[in-house]
Design a protein around this ligand. Structure first.
Ligand code: PA5
Length: 354
């Protein structure tokens, strides 16, 4: 098994600078907040009664972060749309964040066109591409974020601006302090999770060692860590190029656990990660505890607790651990975490079929 403390080898394998991007997430969030304060606000023809974030993959996860983080704060619902089309109810009373890091994702461009034709209030978040050009030509605000990293490494650029814009539009309050708390905490956490901190003292390296050669199953809780579970799965898939699954309590107690009853062979090579947040419902905490006892008879289990000075930092504390863990898992498999050839291939094939 490769030595995760051989920092030179680790970084040599990582030709796209995924470790560097993870390290500078704090600075990315600060910059993203600044961008959200400079962008022009959209003109609204009608008061906003719902928010839609439309995007795919690494550009959509910020929508789920907004949905979960904003759940207890926002007076209107947030829908995350990962499709070519939008729900019928989207109209002049809908604020649509159209998010595509490249600006060229065909589903997102299609959803943009539909949002425009329905008269929605639009804000684009992108490095440029066709989305940047179209939105600017149509007179919609564009949060233009820096390029050069993978979309999944750009959650700060793609998510934080939604908080800034929504605060300026009167939907949220206190976001600057929230982001500042997050930034300070990320700077602290990177010392713990970063490559220089050795195995044994580094929770991300240690967890990667447990997931190595096993099927990672990430279980979170509705309304708190659900987005984190989804993110961990995606990061393991894209960085370590290996399968992973996620689900949420309490729902998984009503189906998935039954499907594992007779799955000794699968469980023997599965590792469960239980994500915890202080805001988890007390009955969900009990459910997690009971379920873990059941799973631990046949599979490995790790509990991970959210930490940090505020809700945003708590959410990101878990995301950050998952990001680093997936990078170390890639290293253990001897895999370059950056390239996503399968996604590139699919996009190229689709582009040949206009
Ligand atoms: O991680 C990735 O590269 C993908 O999940 C992309 O984010 C996804 O394909 C959408 O592309 P974009 O973010 O450029 O809109």
């Amino acid at each position: 098994m490769p030595n995760l403390d051989d920092t030179k080898a680790l970084l040599e394998l990582d030709t796209d600078g995924m470790f560097d991007a993870a390290w500078s997430l704090a600075e990315q969030c600060t910059e993203a907040w600044g961008l959200s304060q400079q962008v022009a606000l959209p003109e609204q023809s009608r008061p906003v009664s719902q928010i839609v974030v439309t995007g795919l993959g690494g550009s959509a996860i910020g929508g789920d972060l907004l949905r979960v983080f904003g759940g207890p704060l926002l007076p209107v619902p947030v829908l995350v749309n990962r499709d070519y089309t939008l729900p019928r109810y989207v109209g002049e009373d809908t604020l649509v964040f159209v998010v595509s890091y490249s600006g060229n994702t065909e589903e997102t461009l299609s959803a943009y066109d539909e949002a425009k034709s329905k008269g929605a209030t639009i804000v684009a978040i992108t490095t440029g591409g066709k989305l940047g050009a179209r939105a600017a030509a149509d007179g919609f605000p564009v949060v233009q974020v820096p390029g050069g990293i993978a979309p999944r490494s750009a959650t700060g650029y793609l998510f934080i601006p939604t908080l800034g814009v929504l605060e300026r539009m009167g939907f949220l309050r206190g976001m600057q302090a929230e982001v500042e708390g997050l930034v300070a905490y990320l700077q602290e956490l990177r010392e713990k999770y970063g490559p220089a901190n050795p195995t044994g003292a580094n929770p991300a390296k240690d967890l990667a060692g447990k997931l190595y050669g096993r099927l990672p199953v990430i279980w979170g809780a509705s309304g708190t860590t659900e987005v984190v579970a989804m993110r961990w799965k995606g990061q393991v898939n894209e960085n370590a190029k290996t399968p992973a699954y996620w689900n949420v309590f309490p729902e998984l107690n009503h189906n998935e656990v039954v499907g594992l009853e007779k799955a000794e062979n699968i469980l023997a090579s599965t590792w469960f990660v239980f994500l915890h947040d202080p805001d988890d419902h007390p009955r969900v905490k009990m459910r997690m505890d009971i379920t873990k006892r059941m799973m631990a008879k046949a599979a490995g289990c790790t509990d991970v607790e959210a930490s940090g000075p505020n809700r945003l930092a708590r959410l990101y504390s878990l995301i950050y651990l998952g990001d680093y863990t997936s990078l170390y898992l890639a290293a253990l498999y001897g895999i370059n975490p950056g390239p996503v050839k399968v996604i590139d291939f699919l996009k190229a094939e689709l582009a040949k079929r206009p």
